[in-house]
Design a protein around this ligand. Structure first.
Ligand SMILES: C[S@@+](CC[C@H](N)C(=O)[O-])C[C@H]1O[C@@H](n2cnc3c(N)ncnc32)[C@H](O)[C@@H]1O
Length: 233
């Protein structure tokens, strides 16, 4: 429960200490995974983190990669809200095959308007990275679409009638998480996966899932990382 501690989160949130913590955890996780996982998969995850800042640990990246791979062959698009420098987006690019991938971010960091109580921990524009930098990082991949601006407003330009097999939320905030759930849930294919980062450590993310699921038939699956997922019925 130590990582849920508000004081610790305030101290570590967003700075060099947070990055160092993620790096140290990832080194240990990578060392452990090397003992039993396919080296090619590990190498491919390492490439997605090469020279990019990321907020996900190695095990979390592994989950993103495996779950995105698990929907291969399903019809439907993939999406991510919360792209930052594009590390997890690159994993989706590698796993998506011929499917379209839709990437949503302000590309100017966390939106100031919805920080509210989370303000103690985050600064407006924290985790900012330019759209051009992410486009360059993902330039080898086809059918990748970028939506710059505040989500869900930015989704107005998403072509109508899209259905999704896999969506990844990594938005840190209560309102952003709730908006992701409200927007994508009705558009998920049966058996489609909604994966979120930070469920077990960020109160706002947890609250958004709890509220949203009150009148839904799906049960939340908590993963051993900070992540959680839903499988659409
Ligand atoms: C923790 S970072 C994402 C980390 C990333 N997935 C990785 O690979 O490390 C959170 C991102 O969410 C974005 N964000 C949060 N709420 C948003 C919203 N309502 N609309 C657009 N972007 C949002 C921020 O701009 C930031 O880039």
């Amino acid at each position: 429960m130590i990582l849920r501690n508000a004081w610790l989160q305030r101290l570590l949130g967003g700075g060099a200490a947070e990055r160092l913590g993620i790096r140290m955890a990832s080194l240990l996780e990578y060392a452990s995974l090397r003992a039993h996982k396919d080296p090619d998969v590990l190498q491919h995850i390492r490439r997605s983190r090469w020279k990019r800042k990321t907020l996900v640990t190695f095990n979390e990246a592994y989950m993103v990669n495996s779950l995105a791979a698990s929907v291969a062959g399903m019809p439907g698009d993939l999406a991510e809200v919360g792209v930052y420098e594009g590390s997890t987006a690159r994993l989706l690019c590698e796993q998506k095959g011929d499917a379209a991938l839709h990437l949503f971010d302000t590309f100017e960091g966390l939106p100031a308007g919805v920080l509210k109580s989370e303000q103690v921990m985050y600064r407006p524009h924290q985790y900012s990275c330019s759209l051009e930098s992410v486009q360059e990082f993902l330039s080898d991949f086809a059918d990748v679409h970028f939506y710059k601006g505040y989500f869900p407003d930015s989704a107005a330009s998403l072509p109508a009638g899209r259905r999704f097999s896999f969506v990844h939320f990594d938005v840190d905030l209560y309102q952003s998480t709730l908006d992701c759930l409200k927007f994508f849930y009705p558009q998920m294919l049966p058996s489609g996966i909604m994966l979120s980062h930070d469920y077990s450590i960020l109160e706002g993310v947890r609250q958004a899932f709890t509220e949203f699921l009150t009148d839904k038939p799906e049960n939340l699956i908590e993963l051993p990382t900070t992540q959680c997922m839903l499988v659409k019925r």
